[in-house]
Design a protein around this ligand. Sequence first.
Ligand SMILES: [Zn+2]
Length: 299
Amino acid sequence: MPADDRSNEGDDDRHVRFRPAIDAHTHLFPERLTEAIRRALSDEAGWSFSHPTARPEIEDVLSEAGVSTYVALPYVHEASLATELNEWLCAQAARSDRLVPFATVHPDDEDVGDVVRRAFEDGARGLKFHCPVQECTPADPRLEPALETAAAFDRPVTYHGGTAPMFEDSPYVGADVFEDVVASYPDLRVCCAHMGTYEVDRFLEFAREYDNVYLDTTFAMSTSAEETMGFDPSTIPDETFVELSESIMYGSDFPNVPYPYRNERVGLLDRDLPADVARDVFYRTAADYLGLDFGSARA
Ligand SMILES: [Zn+2]
């Protein structure tokens, strides 16, 4: 593992509050896909990556940090690739004691509802799509069978719903299309990744207004957010985490981040959040979102 992930976090009690953690947003792909995704990210953003790409090494870094469970989010750029990827990820999960797989689907897949249903029956815990990459809004009629299947199976949906870092002109993301989908599916738990950046205030408002809205801290709350996505995490005050701790969960985008894994959590840990709030953000909210029953019940 990179030496920087081994750094001693010192005696600060607040850092103990991370363990055990659920990382609700990571990526695990077959080797060749990971390389293609990293090449695309490097070309677009000039980032370079040093984290491992294979499951056992990824899990070494995560468990060393205190992550007991992590969610892997797949996505596909083209139709007819989702089933194979979903099967691959579920097979990886069968060999892991901490991997929670999600399923993906492409709006142009032949039988969208069936792709998702088969993945759920195979063990996928939720659904992920990537609207700017797949060129669709979440409420696109082509995705309706997928959302209905997720609601029927009581499985959550995570997607890249914000305009950061390069989607400000995209018709497929943003607060308006997000509200469309959460208002249309009041029984469906929907998570907008990256705190909804750059429209954070509107997404926080959705979290206040809708019980089925979740946000993840991925990238946006990292100590590298300013230089990687032009977002200052300190614009979200501690009180917001206290108020919305049952809607906000920790995520990282690991291993496809151009900085040490610890950067994702140290900014959150350095805040003066009450222990109970930290437990929500680092564990309980994700457990509830995922519908995992391992002592997730709130007091
Ligand atoms: Zn991601």
